[in-house]
Design a protein around this ligand. Structure first.
Ligand code: TXA
Ligand code: MG
Length: 348
């Protein structure tokens, strides 16, 4: 890569999130139809979109992200009718879940139909499908007329983007066009639910909690992460270190311990340290102190933006206060754990 002023920028098109201009959507669709990559907002995170049934377009996604080709992608659809063309058989359970939670942050893993290319599923027999609720995403998929594959629009193993600026900072001109529809309201990736087996299970906790999903199907469980079967292997999102910022993040059991750890790092006077607390602490001291929301939904919304910010500020160590144990915090707790390192790395 040359000096910054020689780096091409992707085309960035600002769209009104509640009423996307059809001309902006048409421009994005023309990029997609010519096999290009369009980053677009969803309610969870920004996706890196390409035609889901076109293996050549899909290979561009893997190249842009630096993602291994056996990691399956999610196909984004407008609703049940389109989902049925990808998942076969479409079960009564799939229908109940989709009717209740779509459009929204629920990804269903079902058996793939004959039209699904291997490149989309990483060679697996199952396929991931979701109907996002963001008006820009809905308009884009509808105008494309076909499902769109879209992983989170970040380099492999980096934090997912929750704004167009994050996409551009992370992928640069690897993406052809970015639809800028503002910040994502959920802030963490969709809940991934595997319904291929007898017992439906959550492979990735997300905005829709176990408790919420159980209202529709009481048999749903959290996947046993130690299980070694095809769905678990297909779900590299479960890799322990997967959503990592550049900084080393450690989790402290409570605010007092977090503040104490930050003090030790400050005394060493070698690294820039940040505190991420959701409780007020009178003695909080660090190069950067971030007070996070104390409610799960708002915390999730702000989590990646905060981590992106701290990286941009040159913070090297982030000490985060652990979040509560209840199920509505599952997604945030999961992402923090995957972003974190062994505390001994900081305290050695
Ligand atoms: O919220 C989201 O889901 C975002 C937005 C853009 O929709 N997308 C997203 O995609 O997070 P990605 O590719 O970063 O994560 C997809 C997750 C991975 O953990 C992947 O392993 C899992 O879904 N997955 C996809 N297909 C699967 C399959 N056939 N079996 C098991 N897991 C699968
Ligand atoms: Mg991802």
């Amino acid at each position: 890569m040359g000096p910054w002023y020689l780096c091409a920028m992707p085309e960035i098109v600002v769209v009104d999130r509640s009423k996307p201009d059809p001309r902006a959507i048409a421009r994005a669709v023309s990029v997609l139809l010519s096999g290009g990559l369009v980053a677009f907002p969803t309610e969870t995170v920004y996706g890196l979109g390409a035609l889901a049934l076109d293996p050549n377009a899909l290979s561009r996604i893997f190249a842009a992200k630096g993602r291994p080709s056996h990691h399956p992608l999610i196909a984004h659809v407008t609703g049940i009718a389109q989902a049925k063309t990808l998942i076969e058989p479409w079960s009564a359970l799939a229908d109940r879940l989709a009717t209740t939670f779509w459009p929204g942050p629920l990804t269903l893993i079902g058996n793939r139909s004959g039209i699904v290319p291997s490149a989309l599923t990483g060679g697996h027999a199952s396929v991931a499908v979701r109907a996002p609720s963001h008006p820009v995403a809905i308009a884009l998929i509808a105008a494309a007329g076909v499902p769109l594959a879209a992983p989170s629009a970040n380099r492999y193993q980096a934090i997912s983007p929750t704004s167009a600026a994050h996409v551009v900072a992370g992928l640069g001109n690897e993406v052809d066009l970015v639809l800028d529809g503002g910040s994502c309201t959920e802030g963490v990736e969709s809940t991934v639910l595997d319904i291929t087996g007898a017992a439906p299970r959550i492979l990735r906790p997300g905005p829709l909690s176990l408790k919420t999903l159980q209202k529709v199907a009481s048999t749903i469980v959290l996947a046993d992460e130690t299980a070694d079967d095809d769905a678990m292997r297909a779900s590299p999102g479960l890799d322990r270190r997967h959503y990592a910022p550049r900084a080393t993040l450690v989790i402290a059991p409570n605010a007092t311990v977090a503040v104490e750890l930050a003090k030790q790092v400050l005394m060493r006077d070698e690294e820039r340290v940040a505190l991420m607390l959701w409780d007020h602490h009178p003695d909080a001291m660090a190069h950067v102190v971030r007070t996070m929301p104390s409610r799960a939904h708002e915390y999730a919304r702000d989590l990646y933006a905060t981590l992106h910010d701290l990286d941009a500020l040159g913070v090297q160590i982030v000490i985060a206060q652990a979040v509560p144990d209840d199920s509505e915090w599952d997604a945030v707790r999961d992402r923090l754990a995957r972003a974190s390192a062994d505390p001994s790395k900081v305290l050695s």
